[in-house]
Design a protein around this ligand. Structure first.
Ligand code: FES
Length: 150
């Protein structure tokens, strides 16, 4: 037995569903968020972080790969380890159109939205539509932990 749904409701649901698919394609990946920032300063809005932030463990970042750490809705940090013991941190926001990069694929930082690729050591664009480097973030490895200065 068919359900009687007003036409406007169906169209709205369809548009919302399409938007969700587009947003899902550009959204951050679920592997993130191992972050608890005990030393971060949380400002009045509750959204902004500043100062030194504990990202997580260096062991969570594979050699030749990268791991994303979501600090807030506005900031996800990608930490790479291009060579054993060498760590780099970048804003995970793609400089082309603002998607969160997918991660490290085939020794490059990859953005799944339009195919930009960045160097895992410098953050410089290497192919695709991005024209500028990912934003560098100061990173310190202290013992087994990774600290970013935001
Ligand atoms: S937003 Fe990353 S390639 Fe377009």
């Amino acid at each position: 037995m068919p359900v009687n749904v007003p036409r406007r409701t169906v169209i709205s649901a369809s548009v919302a569903g399409s938007a969700a698919v587009v947003l899902a394609a550009c959204a951050s990946e679920p592997e993130v968020a191992k972050t608890t920032p005990p030393s971060a300063t949380v400002e009045d809005s509750g959204e902004s972080l500043s100062g030194e932030v504990l990202l997580g463990l260096a062991a969570d970042v594979p050699v030749g790969g990268g791991t994303k750490f979501k600090l807030s809705d506005e900031l996800t940090v990608l930490v790479t380890q291009p060579r054993a013991g060498v760590f780099r941190a970048f804003s995970a926001t793609c400089t082309h159109a603002g998607c969160i990069v997918t991660g490290v694929q085939e020794e490059q930082i990859a953005c799944g939205c339009h195919g930009a690729r960045f160097n895992t050591d410098s953050g410089e664009p290497e192919s695709g539509p991005a024209q500028s480097a990912l934003g560098k973030i100061q990173l310190e490895v202290r013992g087994a932990e990774l600290y970013a200065t935001i």
